[in-house]
Design a protein around this ligand. Structure first.
Ligand code: OOB
Length: 534
């Protein structure tokens, strides 16, 4: 059975096809095309390895054939957790070739996140890394098997994965990608709810966003892209990201992290001309660049997105890093906005771009759902040829974040200008954006409330000069003697990713309430801002 997802209405789907946005081709097409046109050109630069398109194709076919022999079939699902290594893309194409839809967890994810994803998709396959702290032994594997009884296949990097890549084999007739209108994989939502939500992305919608992004960013065979953000994230994967580069026939150089000195070396070594970063990483690059300009000579374009980027810092990019800036405001759910390569300085430095596609429909609305005038802040709502129509198996949440026309409310407050350029000015969703890493307040509050000595918990953002925002947990304790260290240890033991651990705990006898009796987070944020200013 194919994987369930909320489809686009027929009339819109017909329009997306007629416009040429949906081509009914699976994403494996990009790899086949490059194998014909430039088989020996480098696709991936990883450590000392240079992997050509032909090699990417060969190894991904080998892996797909191996998985098929083990019984994996079209419409099965997989849980994948790999760091920034070539195997991430090889596995992704292998799964596309088989029609198996993966959730690609971030390497920073821990037991809680992986368990939640496994619960939702019931994977038959796990691909993970023995060097990840969770997979040093088989305890986590056993735990995942208990969650997903059909999980009877696993491959570990630095172990069994490499062997499966190297044994030459062919895919049997009948095996092949899922239909382009079906789910290709699941993207991860930044989230604002108790459990991390999954976003089904089809070949048709995702491939279109990749092609259009590559066009806007003028990618081609000359492109050398530095992937220094976590490879599965929507930004470095598709905006235009690694898939945009493969579509265009360029090469992706992998960095383990955005740490500037290592990245500068890679830029020089591989003559990188485009890189994508979140704002805190840009701050580090700006600090490290003076005196190292020679290493950065090849860099033409720096894309910045994922969190709000101060105009004062944006203005430093060309002068200090010697390249053009592009602002990117996107979301794993779909809509991606770009400043264009030929936009003037005021646009590039002063806003977060405009939608990439003529098919993107954007509304900026007030609380009542009425459109606000140009220049006025409002909530962003959108639908289009690559914006999803529903989270996976989450009807109640979907009813809250979509209106009856199928517009998705991203939870961002934006101001649009007369040309459709957007400025992100705030957020209505209950989320903390910690330098691009998203934390759903409710998820952490629910975990804290499991502690016997926590009576009430509220997680709010506090301003931070480096990350933009950090998280502060206000706790009303039950009884005496509760300490922040105990709460932090408690969360660690549950197995929540480190970036979600509150940066600060404030124990307080009571929380302020709104007139309807909800916790008044605005007052809590104001308290933190006042304390920071004092
Ligand atoms: C990207 O995707 P997600 O899913 O991790 O996060 C989406 C949210 C947006 O709704 C917005 O709240 C925030 O991240 N955001 C920005 C921003 N870009 C994203 N806030 C202010 N300024 C920006 N430039 O973060 C993402 C996906 C594709 C491309 C780029 C970023």
């Amino acid at each position: 059975m194919s994987i369930a997802f909320t489809p686009w209405p027929r009339a819109l789907a017909a329009r997306y096809r007629a416009a040429g946005w949906w081509t009914d081709l699976p994403m494996t097409e990009m790899l086949q095309r490059q194998c014909r046109e430039r088989p020996h050109a480098p696709a991936i630069l990883c450590g000392e390895r240079e992997i050509s398109y032909a090699e990417l194709d060969r190894q991904s076919t080998n892996l797909a054939a191996w998985l098929h022999r083990q019984g994996l079939r079209r419409h099965d699902t997989a849980l994948v957790q790999l760091p920034n290594v070539a195997e991430f893309y090889i596995a992704l194409f292998a799964l596309f070739k088989l029609g198996v839809a993966p959730v690609n967890a971030l390497f920073s994810h821990q037991k809680l996140e992986l368990s939640s994803y496994a619960k939702q998709i019931q994977p038959k396959l796990l691909i993970a890394d023995r060097q990840h702290q969770l997979f040093g032994d088989d305890a986590m594997l056993d735990e995942l098997r208990a969650i997903s009884p059909e999980l009877n296949l696993h491959l570990f990097a630095h172990d069994t994965l490499e062997a499966a890549l190297q044994n030459d084999a062919e895919l049997p007739a009948g095996a092949g990608p899922s239909d382009a209108a079906e789910v290709a994989f699941f993207q991860l939502s930044g989230g604002s709810t108790g459990t991390p939500k999954l976003i089904p992305r089809t070949h048709n919608d995702y491939f279109y966003s990749v092609r259009r992004s590559a066009e806007i960013c003028a990618l081609g065979p000359h492109t050398r892209f530095l992937c220094a953000l976590p490879a599965p994230h929507n930004f470095p994967l598709s905006s235009p990201g690694a898939l945009g580069v493969f579509h265009a026939g360029g090469a992706v150089a992998l960095a383990p992290s955005p740490e500037p000195l290592a990245c500068f070396e890679l830029i020089e070594k591989h003559q990188v001309n485009i890189a994508a970063l979140v704002p805190p990483a840009v701050a580090l690059w700006l600090q490290a660049a003076p005196g190292r300009e020679a290493q950065l000579q090849s860099l033409r374009l720096l894309q910045v997105g994922g969190a709000s980027f101060a105009e004062s810092m944006a203005r430093q990019v060309p002068a200090v890093l010697g390249c053009k800036l592009q602002q990117v405001f996107g979301m794993a759910e779909g809509l991606v906005n770009y400043t264009r390569l030929d936009d003037g300085d005021d646009i590039v430095f002063g806003c977060q771009g405009r939608p990439m596609s003529d098919g993107d429909e954007v509304k900026v609305v007030d609380e009542a759902g009425h459109a606000v005038p140009v220049g006025t802040p409002g909530m962003l709502a959108t639908r289009g040829p690559y914006t999803f129509r529903g989270y996976y198996q989450a009807p109640e949440h979907n009813a809250r974040v979509f209106d009856n026309e199928g517009f998705y409310y991203s939870g961002d407050m934006v101001v649009a200008d007369e040309n459709g350029y957007l400025r992100v000015v705030g957020r209505v969703k209950d989320q903390i954006n910690r330098g691009g890493e998203k934390i759903a307040a409710e998820e952490i509050e629910h975990l804290l409330l499991q502690h016997p000595q926590v009576a009430q918990a509220a997680l709010v953002a506090m301003p931070d000069s480096m990350l933009g925002e950090k998280s502060c947990a206000f706790i009303v304790p039950r009884g005496d003697g509760l300490r922040a260290v105990a709460l932090r240890r408690f969360l660690r033991e549950i197995g929540v990713a480190d970036y979600k651990l509150p940066d600060r705990f404030e124990l307080t006898p009571a929380l302020p309430l709104t007139h309807v009796g909800k916790i008044d987070k605005q007052t809590l944020r104001a308290q933190l801002a006042a304390a920071a200013g004092a």
